[in-house]
Design a protein around this ligand. Structure first.
Ligand SMILES: Nc1ncnc2c1ncn2[C@@H]1O[C@H](COP(=O)(O)OP(=O)(O)OP(=O)(O)O)[C@@H](O)[C@H]1O
Length: 280
């Protein structure tokens, strides 16, 4: 469970990142945060794992207030997986190495840097890669994978933390529509299978409608919409965001070319192994 209690963030330069943010997320919810650039989505996400400290108010994760000593924060971050737009992988290292790094949050700092991982850690890596359909890439270099595959490696890295919460900051912003679909569906599936609470910032309203169980819309640091995907109609969001709504709605269209079953990735897409499919 995540609870925001009257959370405000004013940056040192006077910019108000968050204004009176107050809502709760139940375990297992998949919430999409939408809003234009600068609306406060990243700021909000970063208050959940304590990277950004609220100026006033509190954020709670699983009943504990985010903050406290360095050790408190380390323990909290161990239960929160984070996925970034740029994947944050070590390109020349193997997929296995990139994923096992997620176990460091459960290690004593010194043991972790010595690379002392045990059998269970390696088993967790294999299971996590299996969940995102990349078990066969274990020994491949991360930078030889497509962008979408790299993001799924990043999801696996978050999963080996055995988290209760997954945060994803624009995880599909740099991906093509087919890879986007695969990454979103992996996020949604691991949430279903592991009962994770997932909070994802997205630029695209169609994507939010398609994958989230709840949509929270932000503007100028405030929550201006909180409802189901069905309630997030064009009319309603158009009223809230005005002319800017069109830009948000068109940020990323859903895949047009899909597999023959209408669900899987189209040929030559996400799991394509040929050179042209890889990100530069
Ligand atoms: N470290 C910082 N110092 C000062 N201002 C900041 C800082 N980080 C963010 N801001 C400001 O806070 C506001 C919210 O920014 P934030 O990055 O949370 O928005 P966002 O909705 O995630 O935007 P984007 O979609 O572009 O990532 C913006 O006005 C931004 O310029």
């Amino acid at each position: 469970m995540i609870a925001f209690k009257e959370v405000n963030k004013i940056y040192p330069n006077g910019v108000r990142g968050l204004r009176d943010v107050d809502f709760e997320m139940r375990r297992g919810e998949f919430v999409a945060l939408i809003g234009l650039s600068g609306a406060g989505k990243s700021t909000l996400l970063r208050t959940v794992n304590g990277i950004t400290e609220p100026t006033s108010g509190e954020v709670e994760v699983d009943g504990r207030v985010v903050g406290g000593s360095r050790e408190d924060l380390r323990r909290l971050r161990g239960r929160i997986g984070m996925i970034f737009q740029g994947f944050n992988l070590v390109g020349p290292s193997t997929v296995q190495h990139n994923v096992i790094v997620g176990r460091l949050s459960h290690k004593h700092p010194v043991l972790g840097t010595l690379g002392l991982f045990n059998r269970r850690d390696y088993q967790l890596v294999e299971r996590a890669l299996d969940r995102v359909g990349l078990a066969n890439k274990l020994h491949q270099r991360a930078d030889q994978l497509s962008g979408g595959q790299q993001q799924r490696v990043a999801i696996a890295r978050a999963l080996v933390q055995e988290p209760s919460v997954l945060l994803a900051d624009e995880p599909v912003a740099s991906l093509d529509p087919v890879s986007t679909d695969r990454v979103m569906s992996d996020l949604r599936r691991v949430r279903d299978e592991l009962e994770l609470t997932v909070l994802v910032s997205l630029h695209s309203v169609p994507l939010a409608r398609r994958w989230a169980t709840r949509i929270i819309g932000m503007r100028d640091g405030m929550v201006v919409f909180d409802g189901t995907p069905q309630e997030a109609t064009d009319t309603r969001l158009g009223e809230i965001y005005g002319d800017a709504y069109r830009a948000m709605n068109e940020a990323q269209q859903l895949p047009e070319s899909r597999g023959s079953d209408g669900k899987g990735p189209a040929e030559g897409g996400e799991d394509c192994d040929v050179e042209e499919c890889r990100t530069p």
